[in-house]
Design a protein around this ligand. Structure first.
Ligand code: GAL
Length: 396
């Protein structure tokens, strides 16, 4: 089947989390190489996206955006071409306001011209931010405008809206034509941030779906405090700031594993933010876990529902996502700071032990079947850890 634009949650890499303004043609080309060499491309990651700070601070005399002369001396086109030559797709960034968040020209009142420019350069993906939006203009109309421009620019360009969940975006984003929408503020490389962002979107599952995915923000898996940006490293976040006020940043490998499982089962786009040229073996294992990616990329794109543990409902819960072939994806999460025994009552996911119906649990981290269960499944989960299963319905 021909791949339909934005049908499933997009997968790729974005420059912002690790590099912010320190981007260049060389970096993007090395990232494209690494996407292939590390096996990320084979695992399904497709887009290489340049975020903010790629352009000059002024448009040219014809009103066109101009690539930064130092960072991209040959312009954007050859970079896009290089990315395409690796069998990957190329993305870029602009903003619905007059300026981007970092003060570069935004696309306000230049939407159709910019869409044409992007098409000419070979862009396949546009992330569209929300800074410096004129206050009297509703964001809704600006996303509709850019979406129309992209849909009529002569090239397939995936539209990634980024208004941080403001202005009741859930109510109008699907009809705007955007393929994904950021529902959260910026992620930080900290467990607290991962937890907050995930919790903030539980209950919003009904708004995502095929062709319009709820984007909880880019992944921090594998960053280990390596962002050049102190905010992303977690400074300003008391829990993570050291005495000098500088962020300690970074998460444990277990926290990164849980982060990836959450984003996957919640159907977020999977956009990597670490420096994949220097990924640790553990980060690579997390990011290329084919069983977990398959849950994220399930063709029906149904959001999960939450089942909380009766004796610690805040911290201990399962997310259950029905899959197209009749299986369930089951993520079991411990957000607390102590070991937790957790029991999933199979009645809660629609099974009847009396009718002899149970599940065979396949462990998506160990890649093996753990066993067959009727009535309930019980396990112990370490602090901040998770278990992820593909559960097949069976009869006694
Ligand atoms: C923020 C956005 C980030 C990043 C940044 C660039 O508004 O949420 O993901 O794109 O702008 O300045």
């Amino acid at each position: 089947m021909e791949k339909l634009l934005g049908f499933l949650p997009p997968m790729g890499w974005n420059s912002w989390n690790t590099f912010t303004w320190e981007i260049s043609d060389k970096l993007i080309m090395e990232i494209a190489d690494a996407m292939v060499e590390t096996g990320l491309k084979d695992a399904g990651y497709e887009y290489v996206v340049i975020d903010d700070c790629w352009s000059e601070k002024q448009r040219d005399e014809n009103g066109c955006l101009v690539p930064d002369h130092y960072k991209f001396p040959g312009g954007i086109e050859p970079v896009a071409e290089y990315v395409h030559s690796k069998g990957l797709k190329f993305g870029i960034y602009s903003c619905a306001g007059t300026h981007t968040c970092a003060g570069h020209p935004g696309s306000f009142e230049h939407e159709f011209k910019d869409a044409e420019t992007f098409a000419k350069w070979g862009v396949d993906y546009l992330k569209y931010d929300y800074c410096y939006k004129p206050l009297q203009v509703p964001g809704e109309i600006l996303y509709k405008r850019m979406s129309t421009a992209l849909r009529n620019c002569g090239r397939d360009i995936l539209f990634s809206a980024c208004n941080w969940g403001n202005d009741n975006v859930y109510k109008w984003i699907r009809e705007s034509g955007a393929h994904m929408f950021r529902s959260t503020g910026d992620i930080q490389d900290s467990w607290q941030s991962i937890k907050n962002l995930a919790l903030s979107q539980m209950g919003n599952e009904c708004y995502g779906g095929n062709f319009c995915h709820n984007d909880i923000d880019m992944l921090v898996v594998g960053m280990n405090g390596s962002s050049n940006n102190e905010y992303i490293n977690g400074s300003g976040d008391d829990q993570f700031a050291n005495k000098d006020g500088k962020g300690l940043g970074g998460c444990t490998d277990i926290e990164y594993k849980t982060h990836f499982a959450l984003w996957a089962i919640m159907n977020s786009p999977l956009i990597i933010g670490c420096d994949i040229r220097k990924m640790s073996p553990c980060a690579k294992e997390i990011l290329t876990n084919k069983d977990i990616i398959a849950i994220n990329q399930d063709i029906e794109c149904r959001g999960p529902y939450r089942i909380s543990q009766w004796n610690n409902p805040e911290n201990i819960f399962s997310l259950v996502k029905p899959l197209a072939n009749g299986d369930f994806a089951i993520g079991m999460f411990n957000f607390g700071d102590a070991n937790a025994e957790m029991s999933l009552q199979l009645w809660d996911i629609g099974l009847s032990a009396a009718a002899g119906v149970g599940v065979e649990m396949y462990d998506c981290h160990k890649h093996e079947v753990e066993g067959q269960y009727f009535e309930r499944y019980v396990t112990t989960i370490a602090p901040h850890d998770c278990r992820m299963f593909r559960a097949k319905v069976i009869k006694k």
